[in-house]
Design a protein around this ligand. Structure first.
Ligand SMILES: [Zn+2]
Ligand SMILES: [Zn+2]
Length: 262
C-alpha cells in the first residue's frame, strides 16, 4: 500500500534528490520495514523504487528445482516430461511456485497501488534468471496484454509493469507487441479444459516482430494456455524465438480454485 509518507517521499525525492532518504528512509516494497540506506554499507539503489528487504526477497524467491524448458518442478537440467522440447514456448523462466507469500505479493501487483511490488518481483526474476535470459539472447520483452476495457477498470496491468522493469534490467526494448482482441472470460473463472480455447484467438500482433527473440511475460502461469497463445501469435508474426517468464507458477492446478491464472 502506498502510504501518504511514501507518496510524499517520492514527490520530494524528485526535486530534492537522494538527500530525502535522510528524512524518509526507503522501505521494503512488501513489508514496509526500513531498508538499510546506502550509507549503511548495504546495497540500496535510490533510483529503483521497489526494493525488498532481505527476508522478503528470500521468502518470495524460494523455489524447487525446475525445468527451464517446460517449467515442471523437480527437474534439474534433464527433464523426463519434456525431454528438452516444449511445444508451448522455447523455454520458460519462473521465479517460484505460487505459495502463500508470493500469492499475496502477486495480488498486490494487481492493484493500482501495486506497481512498486511489480517492480520488486521483476528484479527478483531477473536476479534469478539473468544468465538464462542472456543465453536466450532476448532482444525484446513483451507483456501478456490485458484487454483495454479491463485495463481501464483495473487501473494497472501487473504483467506490463513487470515486463517494463525486466526490459529495463536486461537493457533490451520493452515492446507492447500484442493486443488482446476480445475481453475473454478471466482464465481463472473457467475449468482447465476450457482455458486453451478461451484464449486461442485472443491476441493480435500490433507491431513488427520479424526476426526478434522475445520474452513474453505474465504474472502467473497455471495451464500455460495464455503464454502458449501469445507465443503462437508472435511466431506467426515472424518472431525467431519466443521464450516465456512468469513470477509464479501454480504447480498443482485445482479446478475452481480462487487464484488468478492462465
Ligand atoms: Zn520486507
Ligand atoms: Zn521439462
Amino acid at each position: 500500500m502506498t502510504t501518504w509518507g511514501e507518496r510524499l517521499r517520492r514527490g520530494a525525492a524528485s526535486w530534492m534528490g537522494e538527500g530525502i532518504d535522510l528524512f524518509f528512509p526507503p522501505r521494503c516494497a512488501l513489508c514496509r520495514r526500513d531498508l538499510p540506506s546506502a550509507g549503511d554499507g548495504a546495497a540500496s539503489d535510490p533510483a529503483a523504487p521497489g526494493d525488498l528487504c532481505v527476508a522478503c526477497a528470500r521468502d518470495l524467491s524460494a523455489d524447487v528445482g525446475r525445468c527451464i524448458v517446460c517449467g515442471e518442478p523437480g527437474a534439474d537440467g534433464s527433464c523426463r516430461r519434456c525431454r528438452g522440447r516444449c511445444s508451448d514456448w522455447d523455454g520458460i523462466a519462473i521465479l517460484a511456485a505460487y505459495g502463500d507469500r508470493l500469492r499475496e505479493a502477486v495480488l498486490r501487483c494487481k492493484r493500482p497501488t501495486g506497481d512498486e511490488v511489480s517492480r520488486a518481483l521483476a528484479a527478483l526474476l531477473v536476479g534469478r534468471h539473468r544468465t538464462t535470459f542472456v543465453g536466450w539472447r532476448i532482444d525484446g520483452v513483451v507483456p501478456v496484454p490485458m484487454h483495454w476495457l479491463r485495463r481501464l477498470s483495473r487501473g494497472t496491468s501487473a504483467a506490463e509493469e513487470i515486463a517494463r522493469r525486466v526490459a529495463g534490467l536486461l537493457e533490451v526494448p520493452f515492446l507492447r507487441a500484442l493486443s488482446r482482441q476480445t475481453a475473454t472470460t478471466m482464465q481463472n473463472e473457467l475449468p482447465v479444459s476450457e482455458r486453451r480455447g478461451n484464449v486461442a484467438t485472443a491476441f493480435r500482433v500490433r507491431r513488427p516482430v520479424t526476426g526478434r527473440r522475445l520474452l513474453v511475460i505474465d504474472d502467473v502461469v497455471t495451464t500455460g494456455s495464455t503464454l502458449a497463445a501469445c507465443r503462437r501469435t508472435l511466431a506467426a508474426g515472424g518472431a525467431e524465438a519466443v521464450y516465456a517468464a512468469a513470477i509464479a507458477r501454480a504447480d498443482r492446478m485445482v479446478d475452481g480454485a480462487s487464484h488468478h491464472g492462465a
